[in-house]
Write a protein that binds this ligand. Structure first.
Ligand SMILES: Nc1ncnc2c1ncn2[C@@H]1O[C@H](COP(=O)(O)OP(=O)(O)OP(=O)(O)O)[C@@H](O)[C@H]1O
Length: 248
């Protein structure tokens, strides 16, 4: 059985017959790094919110490790674009929030280890307002990992960062993925980001999967390699194929 199994998902927001997700199906294997790529408004965040259990589909079902998703669970960690840290908690308390809520006696020990893993040792007592965007996002990742979830859901986690920080964070995320061996679903609208990070890229267009493609390039990947550019062109073709520029 696939680790993540998404079957015939339909989702609308009350507008009769207008589906934001229209019969979406795919599978993700354990430890796989999958990017969902698509234009703004194609339904990426809706898909992630369904996988997280924050919202329910109109039709279809999702299972993770054999369990049907019907509500949020500590088994699925979520990293948001705006990091979503609690401004009134220091870094240690932000990361420890999940395991403390689960009454895990090791909450602080686990959190300190994760803070070290995301390279922020020494910042435990610092508050989120003193961190750069990249640092705050690393805390967001540590926090999502603190309940030891089976699946990490990342909703454009690098979207708000400048280009340099974004590149560094891509390398960081791959390192964290290798170290933790998590299964990751990562949402992005950047073709280069998807080709750089993913084992597999699922292209979503107008609420439907229009391509599900394995990236067969060894890591670390170079954006300048001919193979990298071949994948980039393929995704560009699919994403922009029927789009026409309308000039006034
Ligand atoms: N709570 C909601 N109520 C009504 N419509 C919604 C809601 N959430 C999303 N939508 C609509 O559903 C469509 C898909 O939105 P969604 O946020 O899933 O897309 P997206 O691909 O993540 O976009 P972006 O890349 O801009 O974040 C959009 O047309 C959006 O306006």
């Amino acid at each position: 059985m696939p680790f993540v199994n998404v079957r015939n998902l339909f989702k609308s927001y009350g507008d009769a017959g207008k589906y934001v997700l229209n019969d979406v199906s795919f599978e993700i294997n354990e430890n796989e790094f999958v990017c969902v790529l698509g234009h703004s408004g194609c339904g990426k965040s809706t898909l992630l919110n369904l996988l997280a259990g924050f919202i329910k589909p109109d039709k279809g079902e999702i299972s993770v490790n054999g369990q049907f998703v019907s509500k949020p669970s500590s088994q699925r960690g979520v990293v948001f674009q705006d990091h979503g840290l609690f401004p009134w908690y220091n870094i240690l308390d932000n990361v420890a929030f999940g395991p403390k809520a689960l009454k895990n006696k090791d909450a602080y020990r686990i959190s300190k280890r994760l803070i070290k893993m995301v390279d922020l040792e020494g910042y435990e007592k610092v508050f989120p307002s003193s961190l750069s965007g990249g640092m705050a996002q690393r805390v967001g990742i540590a926090r999502a990992l603190a309940t030891n979830p089976q699946l990490l859901l990342m909703d454009e986690p690098l979207g708000a960062l400048d280009a340099m920080t974004r590149e560094k964070m891509r390398i960081e995320i791959l390192r964290i993925w290798k170290e933790t061996k998590k299964t990751i679903l990562f949402i992005t609208h950047s073709i280069a980001e998807a080709v750089y990070l993913a084992d597999r890229v699922i292209v979503l267009k107008e609420g439907s999967v229009c391509l599900d493609e394995k990236i067969e390039i060894e890591r670390p990947r170079s954006v300048h390699a001919p193979q990298f550019m071949d994948y980039t062109k393929k995704f560009e073709k699919v994403l922009f194929e029927h789009d026409e520029l309308v000039l006034d």
